[in-house]
Ligand binder design. Structure first.
Ligand code: DGJ
Length: 729
């Protein structure tokens, strides 16, 4: 809901309210624009005193020649560089006379009943319509207009914010920094929470106090990266899963990003997020505009659970392709860890047979089916099936898989090109490269320069042909390296710093076209596991392979961290072989199944290796998962234990109407003479009756929440339990 308030003194305020939060925008007396309030929901009132009441510090310059008008201390909507606020600005523009100073003043505002799509960018859009407000700011001297747009998603309890810069002057300007959101908080008793890791151990939760100075997370790798996810939360020191105030930002973007919190000299914190300004610039000619991607903003007064509920609801109902957001996903078997590059048609058919016998619904042919690819050294880019290896065309293979009662899925790595490939030999200039230097390889491949429209067209045409000629129900879209020695043969020298962002825009154009042409294909994003798991990709690919690590204990931590932002239905989680291929550990099938049952279940082994009893046991786990699938995929996730990164983890999914509940528990290490803790549930109806695991005895919701379930005696390392609970009255 957007309310416009005019105060008696003629000031204008905009109240942007969602289910549990309000953000207020204020036009000040001197037409600077502020955000005096972001917090629990507030009915419209005159809070303009919040800007007047700030005790002014010494030694700061007065803006506009007005005594004690200290912009540096005021919570500005979109702070600029070079005037009187010397904190980190939200944007930086270089004008043709060399000046970098800007000073934005209010020009006008516009309210739209329905938020519009951002051209060329993934956009959060409510199918039933969410309002938006544009705050239009102007720098008269530089000849620039800056439009800050908020989308208001009331039901999901989230806002979106994005920024557009228009060059309305006569001369070109160069954008050197453009944050998509910047919020000043008049408090500093906060912890910064973010997600950090590396390949195979993505999404570790990091929590650290916000101290004076800058603390940031980001990526300059070309993608959002394995290292740090484009998410940051500032949480009150006492905030936990259920309690406390949390301010969070999540970037709907898949390239280089920067999120940073600055605590200043006067104990205020500025939080901002946007395209990473490092090695970025964008030249904007007269009349041109630049649209930055959007940030989702969540304020929760119900701790991290409240924050996650908002992100999950927003991304599920307003970002993912809608046809997948509320449809149950198939149980897939991916053949990667079953055979890697080494297979024949017979092997694939044997694996598909086994897959259908244990209850899988989709068979995925991973890497190695094209060109001369029998290891990672060649052929990426040559998307021509190796007929000899796969025993015919993709269509033949897909049909033979379908005869076994399974849908067929296929792996691609479209953005890369092998050094040893026909594509690279034909178009060496299509690879990202710095002039005069050796093109650097990673996994024997280069990356394609998607800032070049011809490259994007080639990808669209090549993939369209394959997807049109065979019954392909699923695509695993992989991407296995970072951008190094960046440079484009296509772009002129003065646009080289635009390449990273132009590549992301090129990728979005390719995806938009393919997803539009093949709406029934389920795309799963992958970048060597979780190297590009971000909301930008979710807009096209409703499922992500969040880590190459399939070891249950490692996955537990990865999934736990990912769940801060991403809903369970977005997470691909597989039961793999033992000993595990990444950690060489062996966990029981039960534990592997319970952990993989957190999200969209997949299998990643050769069923023939299981033996009859093993296959029957897996089939029972798949069957058990299918019975809870709707609850897990379409319900709400609540984390119960594990935020302390201790020995025990527990989580629950509550089905859409609240009557089906699945609770899971894992104890990582058994220690002698220790006891497990009771698992107290949440989000049940206190007075309702619940039946646990089909037993006769029922419990009230209050009992389950206040007393909890017992994990009993821990019997082994990686000890896991699952309870299926039904509301019976
Ligand atoms: C990296 C992915 O993360 C794996 O799952 C697999 O698809 C390989 N690439 C194939 O090369």
């Amino acid at each position: 809901m957007i309310d416009v308030v005019e105060t008696d003194s003629g000031r204008q305020l905009f109240f942007l309210s969602t289910a549990g939060a309000t953000l207020v925008v204020l036009v000040g007396d001197r037409r600077h624009v502020f955000v005096p309030y972001w917090g629990p929901r507030l009915d419209p009132c005159d809070v303009s005193y919040l800007v007047d009441d700030v005790p002014r510090a010494s030694y700061l310059a007065d803006a506009d020649g007005a005594k004690d008008y200290k912009l540096e201390q005021l919570p500005q909507l979109y702070p600029s560089f070079g005037y009187t606020d010397l904190r980190e600005p939200a944007f930086l523009l270089r004008q043709s006379n060399g000046s970098r100073t800007s000073d934005l003043k209010f020009e006008s505002y516009r309210i739209a009943e329905r938020k519009a799509r951002l051209e060329g960018l993934p956009t959060v859009l409510d199918p039933s319509g969410a309002p938006a407000i544009e705050i239009i700011l102007r720098d008269e001297v530089a000849g620039t207009r800056v439009v800050v747009t908020f989308g208001v998603f009331e039901e999901q309890n989230a806002l979106t914010e994005s920024v557009r810069i228009e060059n309305v002057g006569e001369e070109p300007i160069v954008i050197e920094k453009i944050s998509s959101s910047c919020v000043d908080l008049h408090r500093c008793d906060l912890d910064m929470i973010h997600l950090a890791g590396a390949w195979s151990r993505e999404f570790g939760i990091v929590r650290r106090p916000v101290v004076q100075g800058t603390q940031s997370v980001g990526s300059a790798r070309g993608t959002s990266g394995h290292g740090q996810n484009p998410f940051v939360a500032l949480a009150a020191r006492d905030a936990d899963e259920r309690h406390g105030e949390v301010y969070a930002m999540s970037f709907v973007y898949s390239g280089n990003f920067l999120a940073q919190a600055d605590r200043d000299m006067h104990e205020n914190v500025r939080l901002q997020m946007g395209i990473n300004p490092f090695d970025f610039s964008w030249t904007l000619g007269p009349g041109e505009t630049f649209q930055a991607p959007e940030v989702a903003l969540v304020f929760s007064e119900r701790g991290l659970d409240g924050m996650s509920q908002a992100f999950h609801a927003l991304y599920r109902s307003c970002l993912m392709p809608s046809r997948f957001a509320s449809a149950e996903r198939p149980v897939l078997l991916n053949c990667w860890e079953a055979c890697y590059f080494d297979y024949t048609r017979e092997d694939l058919e044997r694996i598909a047979d086994g897959a259908s016998q244990i209850g899988a619904e989709l068979f995925v042919l991973d890497d190695g089916w094209f060109g001369r690819r029998n290891d990672s050294t060649s052929s990426v880019g040559d998307w021509v099936p190796n007929r000899q290896k796969i025993g015919g065309t993709i269509e033949d293979l897909a049909k033979s898989v379908e005869k076994r009662g399974l849908a067929f899925g296929l792996w691609f790595e479209p953005e890369a090109v092998s050094r040893d490939s026909d594509l690279f030999r034909a178009h060496p200039d299509w690879a990202i490269q710095a002039p005069g230097r050796v093109i650097t390889t990673s996994r024997d491949e280069y990356l394609l320069d998607l800032s070049n429209p011809a490259v994007c067209d080639y990808l669209v045409d090549t993939l369209s042909e394959i997807l049109s000629n065979a019954p392909i129900a699923y695509v695993k879209w992989d991407m296995n390296r970072n951008v190094t020695n960046a440079g484009s043969e296509f772009l002129p020298s003065w646009r080289q710093q635009e390449q990273a962002h132009r590549c992301v825009l090129g990728l979005y154009r390719v995806l938009e076209t393919l997803v539009g042409r093949f709406p029934s294909v389920l795309f799963e994003g992958c970048a060597g596991g979780g190297g590009r798991c971000d909301p930008g990709m979710l807009a096209y690919m409703p499922q992500v392979w969040i880590s190459d690590d399939t070891d249950a204990l490692e996955r537990l931590k990865v999934q736990y961290g990912a769940s801060l932002v991403y809903p369970s239905i977005a997470l691909g989680c597989h039961i793999s072989d033992v000993p595990n291929h990444q950690t060489h550990r062996s966990e029981s099938l039960r534990t592997r199944a319970i952990v993989a049952g957190w999200g969209n279940l997949g299998l990643e082994f050769d069923p023939a290796r299981l033996g009859r009893e093993g296959a029957e046991a897996v089939a029972r786990e798949v069957d058990a998962y299918r019975r809870i699938r709707a609850t897990v995929q379409l319900g709400k996730l609540h984390r119960l234990m594990g935020l302390d990164r201790g020995n025990e983890y527990a989580w629950m999914h509550v089905g859409e109407d609240g009557s089906n509940i699945v609770v899971c528990y894992v104890c990582q290490r058994m220690t002698p003479n220790s006891v497990s803790h009771r698992i107290r549930l949440s989000h049940l109806e206190p007075a309702a009756r619940y039946r646990v695991n089909g037993c006769d005895r029922t419990y009230s919701g209050a009992e389950l929440m206040n007393v909890g379930l017992s994990a009993g005696k821990i019997r082994e390392d990686a000890y896991a339990l699952r309870w299926v609970i039904d509301r019976v009255g």
